[in-house]
Design a protein around this ligand. Structure first.
Ligand code: G1P
Length: 267
């Protein structure tokens, strides 16, 4: 999916790189082979752009390239849940802390990219960390929700986590957003393959199993989150990212203003 002129996965890679991450694993599935081509070199196109002197486009193209060994792809053969998707990559992750990013959660408009904020906070806390954001109470059942032990401001210490709680049962309105820094013990919990909410193997449950061990922290990040997994969220992200672009903002703003004016006049 393309947000303005770059696929969502590119925003995730840029954010990960800003946080100091140098090795990437994509867990993909059938029909997503375009992803591998996207991050590959395109010698013919590069040559063509060079010949035409289109240096700016050449630069954009180069920024999408990945060096050999920097990126790996892992297939999830059955859609058994987010926890299962992460588990599929267990051998590549090995025995070290790792970050998980869900590219449909796009986070923008902050002084520092979200994952970088989390890495800095993690240097103080260790353990496991999830990005967190307050959501309206009636939306809590769409998220993983944190049960708070101690609220320290940006950081919260977690005493429980529930994936997609039934309406009216959420322990708080602090939701997990798609950025995580996790320890290899989470992979060990995932080995048990226990199905949770919706019959899926949930990452939330495997993280919750670490609460009494290494600990789990929520981190209220700075920035605006767009849920690009929903149609309305994706449209909002498109407008917001469009308005943030010098080459697009004037034309887009004029269009939006004209549209609002004619809508208001018609009422
Ligand atoms: C996933 C996680 C959920 C989290 C959400 C954030 O759910 O399972 O805990 O709150 O991402 O976007 P999904 O949106 O894949 O249903």
């Amino acid at each position: 999916m393309t947000l303005v002129d770059r696929p969502l996965v590119q925003y995730a890679i840029d954010e990960a790189r800003a946080a100091g991450i140098k090795e990437f694993i994509f867990v993909t599935s059938r029909g997503k082979s375009a992803l591998e081509d996207y991050f590959d070199h395109s010698p013919q196109l590069e040559q063509e752009l060079r010949r035409k002197g289109k240096d700016d486009l050449l630069e954009v193209l180069r920024s999408t390239n990945m060096d050999s060994g920097e990126i790996a792809y892992m297939r999830q053969h059955k859609a058994l849940g987010l926890g299962h998707a992460v588990w599929c990559a267990r051998r590549l992750i090995g025995n070290e802390p790792f970050a998980v990013m869900l590219p449909d959660d796009v986070i923008a408009n902050s002084d520092k990219p979200c994952l970088q904020q989390m890495v800095e906070a993690y240097e103080e806390t260790g353990g496991n960390m999830v990005a967190a954001m307050e959501v309206p109470r009636d939306k809590a059942s769409s998220y993983g929700i944190l049960d708070l032990k101690e609220d320290l401001g940006a950081l919260v210490q977690v005493k429980g986590m529930v994936e997609k709680p039934a309406p009216g049962t959420a322990p708080s309105n602090l939701a997990v957003i798609g950025r995580y820094i996790l320890t290899p013990n989470v992979l060990k919990s995932l080995n048990k393959m226990k199905a949770g909410a919706g019959g899926e193997i949930q990452l939330t449950d495997a993280i919750a199993a670490q609460i009494d061990g290494e600990g789990v922290f929520g981190y209220r990040f700075r920035g605006e989150r767009f849920d690009c997994g929903s149609k309305a969220g994706f449209l909002q992200a498109t407008v917001s990212f469009g308005l943030a672009r010098d080459d697009l903002k004037d034309e887009l703003l004029r269009y939006l203003e004209d549209m609002m004016a004619s809508k208001n006049a018609a009422q």
